[in-house]
Ligand binder design. Structure first.
Ligand code: HEM
Length: 369
């Protein structure tokens, strides 16, 4: 995804990140314990992060907010969140069972999965119809430079049929929710158990923000430790634990002859934790990536894959996660300090994506600067 595209969708992500932080701060201030100005609340942030990722994806893809942070989201928004949750929860077991058998048995798992997808597709369909109407209402049928979301952009370009647009948008929607929500859990946990890192990142973000004249893009550019935090999180907790390829011709890899068509997997989890590749791999150290960039870096960061098949949502995901951390943890006059009661390693499990065995509970404390 090119820089001009990032510039266009960044404000949409920024809106959602700011709203999310406002709503969490309000919750900590009203439901938390402690004195005014230093209220704190301990919670499992995973359901909130899931809603954040869904709201952010919808805003970038459809150019519309769906209102998931409201205290009373619309019935449509609730049904949509149910459908996305069900679709994600029913996918892993279905990967190991033959679809024809499930279909013949009318297995409840299959029915739920299909119902969830039907709902997600009709949600996309409704947005596409609205998108066409919106495009017709703007001058001459063109958006006049305004960004109407990825959907609006695809419709405006007029190169794909509406069926293909629906399929692509829905694929992006499905691929972009828990893939960002879960690393955010890990990132908050690592920041919380590494207060020194948290302070260093915070100091850099504050100074970058002061020079950015309110531009989120400039603020991110001036705070490489934020990007380092995301890279470091994905080094230790890669969402997909392998990247796979089938070579189209015979190749030799480290003296092994690999015939064309053989499944070759790069195992990201052991790669990220190997002392042969990363110095002191057990340490959560975002600054290691600044040094890495200076030395060329090579293929050490492969969480989004590589080449022409690398993750198409990479720039959305990276910016979405950085903006959340920037607003959530680091900015605002009364920002949050994050802590955890135990600094023990998190156990993880792999079900389609790598996630914590049980989500970490994090203490959010508001503080004055
Ligand atoms: C931290 C977040 C994410 C990670 C770590 C991640 C990781 C990956 C990886 C490893 C691949 C395979 C790449 C390869 O084989 O070289 C992939 C593909 C893909 N991702 Fe992501 N992803 C993330 C977020 C997203 C988001 C936000 C979206 C949508 C907006 C998305 C949509 C896709 C799609 C559609 C593909 C298939 C691309 C293709 O086959 O050409 N991903 N992702």
């Amino acid at each position: 995804m090119v820089t001009s595209a990032v510039r266009r969708f960044l404000p949409l992500l920024d809106d959602v990140a700011q709203d999310f932080c406002r709503s969490l701060r309000h919750r900590v201030e009203t439901e938390g314990v402690g004195e005014t100005g230093q209220r704190s609340m301990t919670l499992d942030p995973s359901p909130d992060l899931f809603r954040f990722a869904l709201e952010a994806s919808c805003h970038v893809l459809y150019g519309e907010r769906i209102g998931l942070f409201s205290s009373s989201p619309s019935e449509e928004a609730e049904r949509f969140i149910w459908a996305v949750e069900r679709m994600l929860a029913t996918t892993p077991p279905l990967l190991y069972l033959p679809p024809r058998l499930l279909l013949a048995l009318r297995a409840p798992l299959w029915t739920q999965h299909a119902t969830a997808w039907d709902h997600i597709f009709s949600h996309a369909e409704a947005r596409i119809q609205r998108g066409y109407q919106r495009l017709q209402t703007v001058v001459g049928g063109a958006s006049d430079g305004r960004f109407l979301g990825v959907l609006g952009q695809l419709m405006e370009a007029g190169q794909l049929s509406s069926e293909l647009i629906k399929a692509n948008i829905t694929e992006l929607m499905a691929g972009g929710v828990d893939t960002t929500a879960v690393p955010l859990q890990f990132a908050l946990f690592e920041m919380a158990r590494n207060p020194g890192v948290q302070e260093r990142v915070r100091a850099q973000v504050l100074s970058s923000w002061q020079q950015a004249s309110g531009s989120p893009q400039k603020a991110l550019q001036g705070a490489p430790l934020l990007k380092g935090t995301i890279k470091e999180t994905l080094r230790l907790y890669p969402v997909g634990i392998t990247v796979q390829r089938y070579p189209v011709r015979d190749i030799v890899l480290q003296n092994y002859h690999v015939p064309a068509g053989t499944l070759v997997q790069v195992c990201l989890y052991p790669l990220g934790r190997s002392p042969e590749v990363f110095e002191r791999p057990e340490r959560f150290e975002p600054s290691r990536w600044s040094l890495d960039a200076a030395s060329g870096g090579g293929f050490r960061s492969l969480a989004f894959g590589f080449g022409s098949r690398q993750c198409v949502g990479r720039r959305i995901a990276e910016n979405e996660m950085q903006l959340l951390l920037m607003h959530h943890v680091l900015l605002d006059l009364r920002n949050f300090r994050l802590t955890v009661s135990s600094t023990e390693e998190l156990n993880t499990k792999y079900t389609l994506i790598l996630q914590p065995e049980s989500p970490p509970r994090i203490t959010f404390t508001t503080r004055s600067l």
